[in-house]
Ligand binder design. Structure first.
Ligand code: C6P
Length: 416
C-alpha cells in the first residue's frame, strides 16, 4: 500500500501454521481438498474470530449505549474498544473519526447521501476511475441524477494502471470530490492514493478512498494518505459480514447531516424538532452490529499478530508464482499486469467462457470467481463481458497456485 510491501522474507512466514487457524480450509469439495481462491469476494474466518464472537455472545452480550447495568456497560466497552482498534489500524487521529456501517457499500452511500447532498451543486464535478467497483460508481450516479453534477472518469491503461496524465487534465476548480479504489478488485492494481489525494487537494477537492481490497494486504495509514474518507468491509479482512468502516475527517463529519434518523443518533427529540449527537453516534442510528464489531476487532488483532508486511510478502511470492504458471498456459490472457499489484489475478482463456472455467475448476476443488466482478465499465474497457478471477489471501500456498494452474491446463486441453 503506501508502505514498503516486503520487509520480512516470505520464508519466515509459516503458512501451514496459519492455515490451521481456518477450520473451513480443511474441508473437501467434490471429494477434493478445497483450494479457496476467492478471498477478494469474502475471506474465510480464523478460529480466533469465530471463538471471540461465540464467547462474546455467551458471556458479554447486551445492547450498547443504553443500559445502566454491568452487562450493557461491558458490551459498550467491547464495541467502543473495537472502534479504538480500527482507529489504530488506520492510524486515524481519534475514534470519533471511525463510523461503523454495514460494509463499504453502505459507507460510500452514506458519504454520497450526506456530504454529497449537502455540498455539491449543479455543474460540480466528481472524478472517478475506470476501474471502480459498482459501489463506488452507482451512489455518485444517483447523486448526479439528483443534483445535476458531472461525473468524470480517469481512464485505465492497457496494463491496468490509473492514467495519471488524464487525471491531471480532469482536475479543475469544479472538482468537488475524487473517489478512487485503493486496490482494484479485478486487476489488483495498487493506485497511488497519496499522490492522487495531494493533486485533488491542490484544486480544493475532497478525496474518498475505497480500501476494500487494500486493508487485507498491507498497512494503511489514512494520515499518510491524507484522504478525507476511507472505507472498507470487515468480511474481506477475515472478520464477520455485516460490519464495515467509514473513516472521515472529524471536521467533515461534524458538518455533515445525519444519514438515517432513529435511536442513538440524537442529542434530544421532541415533536417540535430533534438535535443530533456528535460523530460517530450521529451516523449510527439504531442498534448497531455489536458482535460483528467485536469480531472485526479480533480480525484486526489476528492480521496484526501475523504482521501485515509479512502477509504482503507471503502473498506477493504466491501471486508472482501463480502469475508465471498461468502466463505459460496457451490461450491465457492476463488482465492487469501493472506493478505495484496486490493479490488478484484476472484472466481469460481463449474459446472458453469464464463461467465454464469456474465450473470445471470447482469440480477439482478450486474455488474462483467468474463474471464481471461488479466492475462492468472495466469489463467494457477490456472488451470482455467477464473474466475468471483467482484472488489470494494470507492462507494460500504455492501448492494451491499449482492446483489452479494444473486445473486450468485440464480446461485448456478439454477445449483446446
Ligand atoms: N467486491 C468482489 O468479489 P461490500 O459488498 O460492501 O462488502 O464491498 C463492496 C466493494 C467495494 N469496493 C471494492 C473495491 C470491492 O471489491 C467491493 C466488493 C467483491 O470483488 C464482491 S462484488
Amino acid at each position: 500500500m503506501n508502505v514498503v510491501l516486503q520487509t520480512l522474507p516470505a520464508s519466515l512466514y509459516d503458512v501451514n501454521r496459519v492455515r490451521a487457524d481456518f477450520p473451513l480450509l480443511g474441508r473437501k469439495v467434490h471429494g477434493r481438498p478445497l483450494v479457496f481462491l476467492d478471498s477478494a469476494a469474502s475471506a474465510q474466518k480464523p478460529v480466533q474470530v469465530i471463538e471471540t464472537v461465540k464467547t462474546f455472545y455467551e458471556t458479554e452480550y447486551a445492547n450498547v449505549h443504553r443500559g445502566a447495568y454491568w452487562l450493557s456497560e461491558q458490551a459498550t466497552r467491547r464495541y467502543e474498544g473495537a472502534r479504538e482498534k480500527v482507529r489504530a489500524f488506520l492510524n486515524a487521529r481519534t475514534a470519533r473519526e471511525i463510523i461503523f456501517t454495514r460494509g463499504a457499500t453502505e459507507s460510500i452511500n452514506l458519504v454520497a447521501a450526506t456530504w454529497g447532498r449537502a455540498t455539491v451543486q449543479a455543474g460540480d464535478e466528481v472524478v472517478l476511475t475506470g476501474l471502480e467497483h459498482h459501489s463506488n460508481i452507482v451512489p455518485w450516479q444517483m447523486l448526479a441524477a439528483e443534483k445535476g453534477i458531472v461525473l468524470k472518469v480517469v481512464p485505465v491503461t492497457e496494463d491496468g494502471r490509473f492514467d495519471w496524465e488524464s487525471y491531471e487534465t480532469l482536475l479543475s476548480s469544479r472538482t468537488r470530490l475524487v473517489a478512487v479504489a485503493h486496490v482494484s478488485n479485478v486487476l489488483g492494481t495498487i493506485l497511488p492514493v497519496q499522490d492522487i489525494t495531494a493533486a485533488a487537494h491542490a484544486v480544493g477537492a475532497k478525496v474518498l478512498v475505497d480500501g476494500c481490497q487494500a486493508v487485507p494486504h498491507g498497512v494503511v495509514d489514512v494520515r499518510a494518505i491524507d484522504c478525507d474518507f476511507y472505507v472498507f468491509s470487515g468480511h474481506k479482512l477475515y472478520g464477520p459480514t455485516g460490519i464495515g468502516v467509514l473513516y472521515g475527517r472529524e471536521a467533515l463529519l461534524r458538518a455533515m447531516p445525519p444519514y438515517q434518523g432513529g435511536g442513538d443518533m440524537i442529542a434530544s427529540v421532541s415533536f417540535e424538532g430533534s438535535t443530533w449527537a456528535a460523530p460517530p453516534q450521529k451516523f449510527e442510528a439504531g442498534t448497531p452490529a455489536i458482535a460483528q464489531a467485536v469480531g472485526l476487532a479480533a480480525a484486526i488483532d489476528y492480521v496484526e499478530s501475523l504482521g501485515l508486511e509479512s502477509i504482503a510478502a507471503h502473498e506477493t511470492t504466491v501471486v508472482q508464482y501463480a502469475t508465471e504458471r498461468l502466463a505459460a498456459i496457451k490461450g491465457v490472457r492476463l488482465l492487469g499486469t501493472a506493478k505495484p499489484k496486490a493479490s488478484v489475478i484476472s484472466f481469460t482463456l481463449a474459446g472458453v467462457h469464464p463461467h465454464d472455467i469456474a465450473t470445471i475448476l470447482d469440480r477439482e476443488g478450486v474455488a474462483i470467481r467468474a463474471g464481471h466482478h461488479c466492475a462492468q465499465p472495466l469489463m467494457q474497457r477490456f472488451g470482455v463481458s467477464a473474466t475468471a478471477r483467482a484472488s489470494f489471501g494470507l492462507y494460500n500456498t504455492r501448492a494451491e497456485a499449482d492446483a489452479l494452474a494444473d486445473a486450468l491446463e485440464t480446461v485448456q486441453r478439454i477445449f483446446g
